[in-house]
Design a protein around this ligand. Structure first.
Ligand code: SF4
Ligand code: SF4
Length: 442
């Protein structure tokens, strides 16, 4: 185990995964009402395909876009459309959403049709199924999967990497999926390999999950093209660029993409979603959510319909113990604190964490120039400088210093003894630049 591969830099936060890592996934009953956001993926928002009063079926497409970088959304329950209205997303933005009153009938849409054997599907058909199922990166990035499967002709893909690291503290949804349903991950991996036309895939798993490594080694025994790779337990091992370096030894260029070194990375739950889309014909209407933290009564992993209010997910895990000081969607390092618990679960919702004490002081101290943020940065950036340039609005200078190479891992904020909001400042600069570019092109 000590020879497991890894990357340079990174941090070792307390994992706190034991709260949920040994408990089986529980299916949460569908709620009385779901709010399906029309933008819960990277790229263009969907336009609604339904209106108030329409009767919809479970699995029916209710939003779509003509843009290539986008992903359709589907009804997670059967019922009646109560409204198409603006709604707040977990990141705090206001987006359009379809609100559906659940009729409890679980009436399947006729479009939900299992597809023939994988052997009978060609690459283009698999990409089409993935696109129509609304599958996006379920590790949190939500980049549409059909786009990753369609690199430009000059980018030859040689290797698929399936990301089973789940390096962020508290989260165990991927871990439980790998232990309980490894054959789904393997089927999805084979389908993704076929779509990309590659002969080799690696499934990278941190070595703090020996049961997941054993389950996938067994499930891949008949597929010599798929290799399970144990990796060191270190944050952010699951970040794409760090994962590629650890497994292949290749370095993704500073402002480049995995495809620049012939690699595509997908998360284990994304692979399982591809299996469901092919073998069950079911689009992405549900995901596994880790509900954990000291402030929740029964920490566990729940299979939750997209659009369920997070307050109901917490209630399904037994509700609060005491008075919560902070509820975070996602992991503690990269997640977003929620002032409003009515926001719905989205495709990127890996976790809901409840804390009765703030994990970090809310007031930063002045920088003491200790350099710890620089040592921790896995992208070899100067976080303190980037954050300062963002704070004073000098985004162009931050760009020159490699701002876009930041993988948004939060390691710099975590190690900072002055508790400076480094990641938050860097994110402001990244979002500002993205908004400026969008304005110029639209
Ligand atoms: S600058 Fe970005 S990549 Fe570097 S440690 Fe901070 S959040 Fe992570
Ligand atoms: S870790 Fe914090 S205190 Fe140390 S140099 Fe970076 S920003 Fe300054």
């Amino acid at each position: 185990m000590s020879k497991a591969k890894t990357f340079r830099g990174g941090i070792h936060p307390a994992g706190n995964k034991e709260l949920t890592s040994t408990q089986a996934i529980v299916a949460m009953p569908a709620p009385a009402e779901v709010t399906v956001l029309l933008k819960q993926h990277a790229g263009a928002p969907c336009r609604p395909l339904v209106k108030k009063g329409d009767v919809v079926n479970k699995g029916q497409k209710i939003g779509d876009s003509d843009e290539f970088i986008s992903a359709p959304v589907h009804a997670p329950v059967s019922g009646v459309v109560k409204a198409v209205q603006p709604s707040r997303d977990p990141a705090g933005s206001i987006v359009q959403a379809v609100v559906i009153e659940n009729d409890g009938e679980e009436r399947l849409d006729p479009s939900v049709q299992p597809h023939p054997d994988l052997d009978q599907l060609d690459a283009e058909t698999i990409k089409k199924i993935v696109r129509e199922a609304g599958i996006v990166g379920l590790g949190g990035a939500t980049f549409p999967t059909h786009v990753k499967l369609s690199p430009p002709p000059d980018k030859k893909i040689e290797v698929l990497i399936i990301n089973g690291c789940e390096c962020e503290p508290y989260l165990t949804c991927d871990h439980r999926l790998m232990v309980e349903q490894p054959e789904r991950v393997v089927f999805g991996t084979r389908a993704l390999m076929k779509a990309l036309g590659v002969e080799k895939a690696y499934i990278g798993i941190e070595n703090n999950k020996p049961d997941a490594i054993a389950a996938l080694e067994k499930a891949t025994a008949d597929y010599p093209g798929i290799e399970v790779v144990p990796l060191q337990y270190k944050y952010p091992q699951g970040s794409e660029k760090q994962l590629i370096t650890a497994i292949t030894g290749k370095e993704v260029p500073f402002n480049g993409l995995p495809m620049d070194v012939g690699v595509v990375v997908n998360n284990v739950e994304t692979a399982a979603a591809v299996q469901a889309a092919i073998q069950d014909g079911m689009p992405l209407i549900e995901r596994i959510v880790t509900v954990s933290g000291e402030g929740v009564r029964h920490p566990q992993n729940l299979a939750v319909r997209i659009g369920t209010p997070i307050s109901e997910v917490i209630a399904a895990a037994g509700g609060f113990i005491g008075t919560p000081k902070q509820v975070i969607i996602g992991g503690p390092l990269t997640g977003v604190a929620q002032p409003d618990l009515s926001v719905p679960v989205t495709k990127c919702n890996t976790g809901i964490l409840v804390f009765n004490e703030l994990k970090r002081p809310s007031k930063p101290e002045p920088c003491i120039r200790c350099g710890r943020c620089v040592d921790a940065c896995p992208s070899f950036l100067l976080p303190v400088t980037l954050a300062h340039l963002s704070d004073i609005g000098q985004y162009d200078k931050a760009l020159e210093l490699g701002l876009l190479a930041c993988v948004e891992c939060g390691s710099c904020s975590y190690v900072c003894p002055a508790h400076r909001f480094l990641l938050q400042s860097i994110l402001v600069a990244k979002r500002e630049i993205e908004a400026q570019r969008y304005k110029k092109t639209s």
